[in-house]
Design a protein around this ligand. Structure first.
Ligand code: PHE
Length: 419
């Protein structure tokens, strides 16, 4: 008899499953929704505004300097998502608990930066990459396993960067772009990569920050308060995050930095310096239009979409809740099997199960209590699940039924005992 291999089917294509496979049918069902391209979706409006800003601000002989890629397949290799970006093998972002893997070599991209190397390799110098990204995460009003990012790369050759200062250089004398592997690039100096001059790094940093503040001003107006925070990404150095002050909190909206020279060297343009950034569309759209719940982005309800049906995409729109339906809270507590402890149980596995069974009526899941029985030493966890439908009132009976189904699925998946 033929040996049976289990497979995962995605867009008419079959992939061999292995012990990395953790993508669920629910997650697969989000493929192709392309909210960032749907007319009247707030994410699409923000996308257009960002693209317009880059088209208008950067032109080359009358043509936009940036090219836009908003239709790249979200199914990528671990090489694209991690290796090409110098993300170490033991980096936490590769964990099964954080990503949706098709198998050990293929995953749903966790960031748009996954396409940076291939686009550089194809010869592009200024480009935007826009699309849906997938991450396993907690469940609340600002998190959803699928969200949307705009990533960008801008590269500059010496003649462009130092047009007014032909005496200045991008690279330190010890680095020879023609023999890049003779030099070990380091990031021990917080202010720059060892191959770059301080002048080139500082000028790129100034451009990067000016361009991004220009974007924030174009989106939110000149009054918005912002701050830069030092950050770390394996693929940029130095790196920063930009936060804006929104509803009494500092909200992180993007990560950015100077692209690690190793990436440019292996992808082609070895005589250039580049900046890169990646920003989240959901955060910006929620803040711009005062959208209170991230699940609303997925609404196909006309009461939602018609509010964004504007002829002028720069019009000031404030979302008015169609109406707000009551919440319904139910706790779930269970004893873990002896093979698991309160410290090894993977919350994200539980969240995915809740998403699969409960679907979009789950508003929030919170770990409420961890408990070790003093006598039996048995471990138990309690999560509280908040249910709310965005478009109608849920009945208690309906919620109970879903809740029961979640309990049953948890028993089967994790071998737990409901308390
Ligand atoms: N990919 C990063 C993220 O998803 C953002 C980023 C992009 C940071 C490009 C630096 C440069 O968080």
């Amino acid at each position: 008899a033929p040996k049976s291999v289990s497979t995962v089917q995605i867009n008419q294509k079959e992939f061999v499953a292995d012990d990395y496979t953790n993508v669920t049918p629910k997650i697969i069902s989000y493929l192709g929704r392309n909210l960032h391209l749907q007319k009247d979706n707030p994410l699409s409006i923000v996308r257009q505004r960002i693209v317009n800003y880059f088209y208008k601000s950067f032109t080359l002989r009358g043509n936009p300097a940036f090219s836009v890629y908003d239709n790249l397949s979200p199914i990528v290799t671990t090489k694209q998502n991690f290796d090409d970006l110098l993300i170490p093998l033991d980096h936490p972002s590769r964990a099964k608990s954080d990503c949706y893997y098709v198998n050990k070599d293929v995953l749903f991209r966790a960031h748009m930066t996954a396409h940076q190397s291939e686009l550089l390799r194809s010869g592009l110098d200024n480009f935007l990459m826009i699309g849906d990204v997938y991450r396993r995460d907690e469940i609340d009003s600002t998190h959803f396993p699928v969200f949307h990012q705009v990533d960008a790369v801008r590269t500059q050759r010496k003649e462009e960067l130092f047009a007014d200062h032909p005496d200045l250089e991008i690279f330190e004398p010890a680095f020879d772009p023609e023999n890049p592997h003779k030099f070990t690039n380091t990031i021990t100096d917080p202010s720059k990569q060892s191959c770059h001059t301080l002048e080139a790094t500082k000028l790129m940093e100034a451009q990067l920050k000016n361009h991004l503040i220009g974007l924030v001003h174009a989106l939110f107006g000149k009054d918005v308060k912002h701050r830069w925070v030092e950050a770390y990404f394996p693929f940029t150095h130095p790196s920063w995050e930009l936060e804006i002050f929104y509803e009494n909190n500092w909200m992180e909206v993007l990560g950015c930095g100077i692209v690690r020279n190793e990436i440019l060297v292996s992808a082609g343009p070895n005589n250039s310096i580049a900046y890169a950034f990646g920003l989240g569309l959901e955060r910006l759209a929620m803040a711009l239009y005062k959208i209170p719940d991230i699940r609303l982005m997925w609404s196909t309800d006309s009461g939602f979409l018609t509010q964004f049906q504007e002829k002028d995409i720069d019009a000031k729109i404030t979302y008015k809740p169609v109406s707000s339906y009551p919440q319904c809270k139910n706790d779930i507590s269970f004893w873990l099997p002896p093979t698991l402890s309160i410290d090894t149980f993977m919350s994200n596995d539980f969240y995915d199960l809740v998403r699969d069974i409960g679907g979009d009526i789950v508003e929030q899941v919170k770990l409420k209590d961890k408990f070790v029985h003093p006598k039996t030493k048995k471990h138990s966890l309690c999560y509280s699940i908040m249910y709310r439908h965005l478009e109608r009132t849920l009945t208690q009976a309906e919620v109970n039924e879903v809740h029961k189904a979640i309990e049953k699925a948890a028993v089967e998946a994790f071998n737990v005992v409901i308390r």
